[in-house]
Design a protein around this ligand. Structure first.
Ligand code: KG4
Ligand code: ZN
Length: 337
């Protein structure tokens, strides 16, 4: 009989529950997003997020069990995100998991959200260690050399904004809707990536660190110049800015991935996070991998963005190592890998 584990995730603005087996089957994965709740505020409001998690977690767990066709009695453990993240949300998830564990006698396993992302390619593609993981989302941007379920080496990351955050801010500057990534990508398809000259931050410096906030400032300058000179932003210039911005992000990510891959000396590079949905960026990373003779892996988008299947899976990996948490499991706002 395979191990069957319930995963619970509530560290940012998605409330999620999933049931996963240790032979890599996702029996269910329920995600209840909160984008609409935060839309008027230009970002995730921690108080609103925590309340929404508290209201929805039970329902998500119930739905995940039902969709998987199991009951609490069929489970072998309960895995929960214990950090890093917005503390109110993490606490809501940890409290529910403790309650379920206490009520059923099932073992409790606390999981690091970033480990959840980083171990996803093992769930989706069954790959072995070691491999390189590029985590690129709205909140994260880092290279991890993954050499075991609990062995992560950070090779570099952003020193300011995450790329998704930069896409979102650029969208806002150009009057495009949120989330900015898909909007900027659609606009970029109509533009010329060489039309607007934008910087390639930190590309001239050795190592795998990145910076994206300067790009956003450069876009702001181009926009303001156009508005001053022409009284507004031409449709075609907006498309050119989007295409040029996307090309700059792709080039930086590709070159830094090339270096990280050389440093990590691994046969596989995998990506996770919402920005991995971007076709231009994906293609650039694929090229880097193929030039280096490495395999490129991008899990299906639903498992790339925040979800609880990755938490259940990371819980399985920790459980198999003998890891168990007690009722003193703490919710942690910060928890570096
Ligand atoms: O992983 P994710 O769903 O959530 C967290 O950040 O935790 O990532 C969301 C981010 C947003 O910033 C969004 O704009 C970006 O991923 N994103 C994209 C694309 N789709 C989503 N960025 C660029 N191109 C896309 N197609
Ligand atoms: Zn995440």
């Amino acid at each position: 009989m395979p191990l069957t584990v319930l995963g619970i995730e509530s560290s940012c603005d998605d409330t999620a529950a999933a049931v996963v087996t240790d032979d890599g089957r996702v029996l269910s994965s329920v995600v209840s997003g909160q984008t609409a709740l935060h839309a008027d505020f230009g970002g995730v409001v921690p108080e609103i997020a925590a309340r929404a998690h508290a209201e929805r977690l039970d329902l998500c767990v119930e739905a995940a069990l039902e969709q998987a066709g199991v009951t609490l009695r069929d489970l072998d453990a309960i895995a929960v995100t214990a950090g890093p993240g917005l503390i109110g949300g993490v606490m809501a998830g940890v409290m529910l998991a403790k309650g379920l564990a206490a009520g059923t006698g099932l073992p409790l396993v606390g999981v690091n959200h970033l480990a959840g992302h980083a171990l996803t390619p093992r769930l989706t593609d069954g790959i072995g260690f070691p491999y390189l993981m590029l985590l690129v989302s709205g909140g994260h941007c880092q290279f991890l050399r993954v050499s075991g379920p609990e062995a992560f080496t950070r090779l570099g990351g952003t020193i300011d904004d995450a790329p998704g955050e930069a896409f979102d801010k650029v969208a806002k500057l150009l009057g495009l809707p949120q989330p900015g990534g898909p909007a900027v990508e659609a606009e970029a398809a109509k533009g010329d990536p060489d039309a607007v000259s934008l910087p390639r931050p930190l590309l001239d410096r050795p190592g795998c660190d990145m910076s994206f906030s300067g790009l956003k400032t450069a876009v702001l300058r181009v926009r303001d110049q156009a508005v001053a000179a022409e009284g507004g932003l031409r449709e075609s210039l907006r498309a050119d800015i989007c295409a040029s911005f996307q090309a700059a992000v792709a080039e930086v990510l590709a070159e830094k991935t090339r270096r990280a891959l050389a440093q990590a000396d691994v046969p596989v590079v995998a990506v996770a996070g919402g920005v991995a949905a971007n076709r231009t960026i994906r293609a650039a990373l694929e090229r880097v991998a193929s030039d280096a003779g490495a395999r490129f892996l991008a899990p299906p988008l639903a498992l790339c963005t925040d979800n609880a299947a990755m938490i259940a899976w990371a819980g399985i990996e920790r459980f198999r190592l003998g890891h168990r948490d007690g009722m003193d499991l703490a919710a942690r706002p910060r928890w570096p890998l």
